[in-house]
Design a protein around this ligand. Structure first.
Ligand code: PEP
Length: 259
């Protein structure tokens, strides 16, 4: 591990660690209730890390019914860029706020790749989430080809710029960034500590005066077995989890590693 990674995190103590579970399109009422009961039982009392679960939209209400009164927070996986109107199948940020969501994931690479979401749409969604007083978790990250060509920082810069162009940098005081290299999401491959630190530091360098305040999560095949090593990296403030968030034991181990 390079010298820069040996710094401890005490100088960044003001950034509360954050672990977000993105369930994607998994689960059912019964399996969700079991999963949540275990998570809530294992995450009681005071913690120095925030924990968020993001179920599919139909399960937001039953999820909230189980986590209410616990420190576990609710998030959504996607949102419309519009506030109201004839947008069949869409859900507004205001609706998510009414259902007790605090966070909304936007720009996840599955939506960018599979639903064709553009940087411009992601920027619109970022604004819609903040209009509803929710916290956007802005996902950015390069593809394997982009990394192999050495373009990863340029891709990250462009994805951030698309949002800065609309809202500036100051609004990141109420936002979270998640660096998710596309080649590491759901693949079992994780960025090395050096790769992750390079990009996280770069993201901070783009955030102007808020550089040291914004929480920047790492996402991409985080598991209980690699979480501690990742969380020891100075510029990583927690994780966005896919697969590992569907297993209560694994999820709680990761939450505890961040705590
Ligand atoms: C994700 O989908 O955001 C993610 C990080 O998935 P996984 O943890 O399964 O790689």
């Amino acid at each position: 591990m390079g010298e820069v990674l040996l710094l401890n995190k005490t100088s960044h103590a003001k950034r509360r660690q954050l672990v977000v579970g993105n369930w994607k399109m998994n689960g059912n009422q019964h399996s969700n209730a079991e999963l949540l009961a275990q998570i809530v039982a294992g995450w009681q009392g005071e913690h120095s890390a925030d924990v968020v679960v993001c179920p599919p939209n139909p399960y937001l209400i039953p999820t909230y019914d189980i986590i209410a009164g616990s420190p576990v927070l609710l998030g959504a996986q996607n949102v419309s860029q519009y506030d109201v109107g004839a947008f069949t199948g869409e859900v507004s940020a205001q609706m998510l706020a009414e259902l007790h969501c605090k966070f909304v994931i936007i720009g996840h690479n599955e939506r960018r790749r599979l639903q064709g979401e553009t940087d411009e749409q992601v920027a619109q969604k970022f604004m819609a989430v903040q209009r509803a007083n929710l916290i956007p978790i802005l996902c950015i990250g390069e593809s394997l080809a982009q990394r192999e060509n050495g373009w990863h920082l340029e891709v990250i810069r462009r994805q951030l710029e698309a949002v800065f162009a609309h809202v500036g940098r100051d609004v990141f005081a109420n936002a979270v960034v998640a660096y998710e290299p596309v080649w590491a999401v759901g693949t079992g491959k994780t960025a090395t500590p050096e790769q992750a630190q390079e990009v996280h530091r770069f993201i901070r360098s783009q955030l102007g005066g808020l550089a040291e305040e914004v929480r920047i999560l790492y996402g991409g095949s985080v598991k209980a077995g690699n979480a501690e090593q990742l969380f020891a990296i100075p510029d990583i403030d927690g994780a966005l989890l896919g697969g590992a968030s569907l297993d209560a034991e694994e999820f709680l181990k990761i939450c505890k590693a961040a705590d």
